[in-house]
Design a protein around this ligand. Structure first.
Ligand SMILES: CC(C)(COP(=O)(O)OP(=O)(O)OC[C@H]1O[C@@H](n2cnc3c(N)ncnc32)[C@H](O)[C@@H]1OP(=O)(O)O)[C@@H](O)C(=O)NCCC(=O)NCCS
Length: 179
């Protein structure tokens, strides 16, 4: 039911099959993304697939793709923390390329929710990594309660707010300590 892909070329091939699931999930509120956003997702995800440590986990039920998650190491020269509005301190934001693993995507299609699929995708995504911490961003509580509940249940803590660009909505920046 779960498949793990770490080779970039294979991931790039498989990401195409993820697009319909992405489009379905993110057409929902609060995201209300357009078909063009799904095209942008694929372009972004293909670039992310070449990042150090990229790992893609797929969940299938009866051969249908029902959920996916992927992530990679934050590089030493990442701008990830500079998007956070709150001051985090020099030591906190210092990256080595092997300090922090970024969960870039996690989604489960609506009919398969509340069956522990996201929990298993997340568990597999970060399993065996010698990371000090895991980080991700999510929309605030009022907008994305299931994601907020899930990450809180798994031990993530909010370290601040960030925007991915000038027109981007605000995101909560979350960190899960592995030590
Ligand atoms: C967030 C999401 C991935 C959760 O997927 P899921 O497979 O339903 O999650 P799980 O069944 O593994 O649930 C894990 C825990 O999250 C919490 N949770 C998940 N959905 C919840 C909901 N609707 N209400 C309250 N708590 C919820 C619970 O603590 C749950 O554990 P429990 O079922 O043992 O109580 C899914 O709702 C989704 O794809 N949402 C849209 C996309 C999205 O927001 N992705 C995250 C972007 S950062």
């Amino acid at each position: 039911m779960f498949e793990q892909i770490e080779r970039s070329d294979e991931a790039v091939r498989q990401l195409e099959a993820v697009v319909p699931a992405y489009q379905e999930v993110y057409a929902e509120p609060p995201y209300r993304e357009s078909p063009q956003d799904a095209v942008d997702f694929l372009l972004r995800a293909r670039r992310q697939a070449t990042r150090d440590g990229f790992r893609l986990i797929l969940a299938r039920a009866a051969n249908e793709l029902v959920g996916f998650s992927f992530g990679y190491w934050l590089p030493a020269d990442t701008s990830w923390w500079s998007a956070v509005q709150e001051p985090l301190g020099e030591v906190f934001v210092k990256e080595s390329g092997r300090r922090t693993f970024n969960v870039a995507e996690l989604a489960v299609r609506r009919p398969w929710r509340r069956q522990g699929i996201a929990a298993e995708l997340h568990r597999r995504l970060i399993s065996g990594l010698d990371a000090e911490r895991i980080t991700l961003t999510m929309r605030p509580e009022s907008e994305a309660a299931p994601a907020q509940r899930a990450y809180a249940a798994w031990g993530y803590q909010n370290v601040g707010r960030a925007r991915h660009g000038d027109t981007s909505p605000a995101y909560d920046v979350m960190v899960l300590s592995m030590r």
